[in-house]
Design a protein around this ligand. Structure first.
Ligand code: FEO
Ligand code: CA
Ligand code: CA
Ligand code: CA
Length: 599
């Protein structure tokens, strides 16, 4: 279906060997440069970064911590906007002598609140190359920081519901800030969708909520037994809304997909309730055959689900105001995956069944359409606010941590990164999640019926079962395993213009090596020939990744460099990128002689 017959033929780079270096290592012939670092000025006039002189007032105007999702939007040939998520904070690496939230200074807590959210920055091309850098002078009219304090609106069927109302927002329509924004996507109408993921970690007082509220909070990982869960940042010490004993609905106001128009600096971000509430990894868009918006959604938790949203209305090119209403009416579905091999042949070891493939069929089970619920015992708004509990009722398939889900623009199939799940037992293995104690994850391919993203049924298979290729449970689409790179814990996905799959990893050193960015052809003679294109500094996770449409640049966000047990500012494991305290940073990578990425 479309694309070159042998799309891997253009991937000629030599793989980067597994390593533990405190550096970004790129394939031979490629160059890299830092685009923007934690603390760099975003809002014009913001102060320069000072590790030992951090203030909340400065951080509110500087690039936040733990860059994750990256979106590149060209303005001219040599100018562009970069949107970047700031997922979370590593206080133990940010502040000297940090001993936890109980003893943190109030200023440190306020800095952390300001370091969450997202950034929009203008960037410029370096010379005529594929490298990019932050614009540091001039007007920069789009530059903006979004933080845990930015005023946002709820839209869609759950907006205004009683479960979203608090003392600060008695109507349930307005919320301050977004939290733990992991990955995201761009819509056909050029807005950003960004997913609030592990929001549960910011709340205390879950033991003090009404008994009736506890099961739902617990299903989302909020402690309902401890007054102060261990490791708490204690944000309640500066903002009492983070104490659920006082404000039991505040946690319901996080865990959403947020839509932001990067071209409108005054845009009030919208939490789109019709996309459901869970630990949203990302929100990638495509269009159905009849022009409706389809958003693929993963809930990144062990044994949680894959969802999709199909809009009721159609995308209209050039009608921005209309397109901004599309995510407020449609149908939210959850995925059920059925294997085509006898369940007795799936023993949890990863040994392929007798038909030689982990594959099968599946269906999208409707949960809610507008104000109509399909889940007995749940109103439409309850399905959207307590989506996990609703999906539990309908026979959805419990997956191995669904991370990024993205449609391949060349072959039209949908790819899902299933990161890992060490809690799965042999009895819980199924054909789509075939390994018990799954440390390294797999990639799932979905082919929608009639290649239409709005279909309610599909076929699926696993082209990649990750790990050390010497591990017999791994599978690289049938390619010669002596020639592939080891890979663990796929997280974010991207495609080049030939439809080759690019995979970034977040393995916490599960293979005793740094994480990286890998390329794997999905068709032709090179199908399954997975190779490491770059690796990131020790303790870091590879986020982003984004290949520009001209194929000349790949952006990766290096998240939490130096996040290794026991590391601290006085005992740093990483000093990347400046030889000083580690700073999460976005990197651009390009070929030194101007070849396409992967050549
Ligand atoms: Fe924040 Fe699912 O990775
Ligand atoms: Ca099979
Ligand atoms: Ca992620
Ligand atoms: Ca991850």
């Amino acid at each position: 279906k479309g694309g070159p017959a042998d799309p891997g033929a253009r991937l000629r780079f030599s793989p980067v060997a597994p390593n533990s270096e405190d550096a970004v290592k790129v394939a031979a012939g490629y160059e890299s440069s830092i685009v923007v670092r934690w603390g760099d000025p975003v809002v014009p006039g913001a102060p320069a970064f000072s590790f030992d002189g951090q203030t909340a007032a400065a951080q509110e105007r500087q690039f936040g911590y733990n860059n994750d999702y990256v979106m590149f939007m060209p303005l001219t040939r040599d100018r562009a906007l970069l949107w970047v998520n700031h997922e979370y904070t590593n206080e133990e690496l940010m502040f000297r002598g940090y001993k936890g939230g109980d003893t943190a200074t109030e200023e440190q807590i306020k800095i952390a609140l300001a370091a969450h959210g997202g950034s929009i920055v203008e960037i410029e091309r370096i010379g005529g190359s594929g490298g990019w850098r932050l614009v540091t002078k001039g007007r920069r009219r789009y530059n903006r920081r979004i933080t845990a304090h930015t005023e946002m609106r709820f839209t869609g069927p759950a907006a205004g519901h009683e479960l979203l109302r608090t003392a600060a927002d008695p109507a349930g329509h307005h919320v301050r800030g977004m939290l733990n924004n992991c990955s995201g996507g761009v819509t056909p109408w050029n807005t950003i969708l960004t997913g609030e993921e592990n929001f549960n970690q910011y709340f205390v007082g879950g033991n003090g909520v009404p008994e009736a509220d506890k099961p739902a909070l617990a299903r989302y990982g909020v402690s309902t037994t401890a007054a102060i869960p261990s490791g708490s940042r204690r944000w309640d010490r500066v903002e009492e809304r983070f104490d659920l004993a006082r404000h039991p609905h505040e946690a319901n106001r996080f865990g959403w997909v947020v839509e932001i128009d990067p071209y409108d600096p005054d845009f009030v971000p919208r939490k789109r309730t019709h996309l459901g509430r869970f630990k949203h990894e990302a929100a990638n868009s495509t269009l159905s055959r009849d022009g409706r918006a389809v958003i693929y959604l993963g809930d990144d938790e062990r044994f949680d689900y894959i969802y999709k949203f199909v809009s009721a209305g159609r995308y209209k090119k050039g009608s921005h105001r209309h397109n901004l209403t599309l995510l407020d009416d449609g149908t939210l579905y959850v995925g059920r995956f059925t294997g085509d091999s006898p369940p007795s042949e799936i023993d949890g070891t990863g040994k392929p069944p007798s038909d030689g493939a982990f594959d099968g069929s599946g269906e999208w089970i409707p949960l809610v359409s507008g104000d109509r619920s399909f889940v007995p015992g749940f109103t439409a708004a309850e399905v959207l606010i307590h989506t996990r509990l609703a999906a539990d009722k309908v026979g959805a398939t419990k997956m191995d941590r669904p991370e990024d889900i993205e449609r391949n623009p060349v072959n039209g199939a949908i790819y899902v990164a299933l990161s890992n799940n060490v809690n799965r037992t042999p009895a819980q293995a199924d054909e789509a999640n075939p390994r018990a104690n799954n440390k390294h994850g797999q990639v799932l391919e979905i082919v929608e019926r009639h290649d239409d993203a709005a279909s309610t049924s599909f076929s699926w298979s696993l082209p990649l079962v990750c790990g050390d290729p010497e591990d017999p449970s791994t599978f690289f689409a049938g390619f010669d395993k002596s020639r592939v790179s080891p890979i663990s814990s796929p997280d974010n996905l991207a495609f080049d213009s030939d439809g080759n799959l690019w995979i970034s990893s977040d393995s916490a050193r599960a293979l005793n090596a740094n994480d990286g960015l890998y390329a794997m052809p999905l068709a032709g003679r090179e199908r399954g020939h997975l190779r490491a294109f770059l690796t990131v500094p020790i303790g870091g996770e590879t986020c982003g990744p984004l290949i520009t449409k001209d194929q000349k640049t790949v952006f990766v966000a290096v998240q939490h460099p130096g996040e290794v047990t026991g590391a601290s500012p006085d005992n740093p494991v990483s000093r990347w990128p400046d030889g000083d305290q580690a700073r999460p940073s976005v990197v651009s990578v390009w070929h030194g002689r101007g070849k396409d990425i992967g050549a």
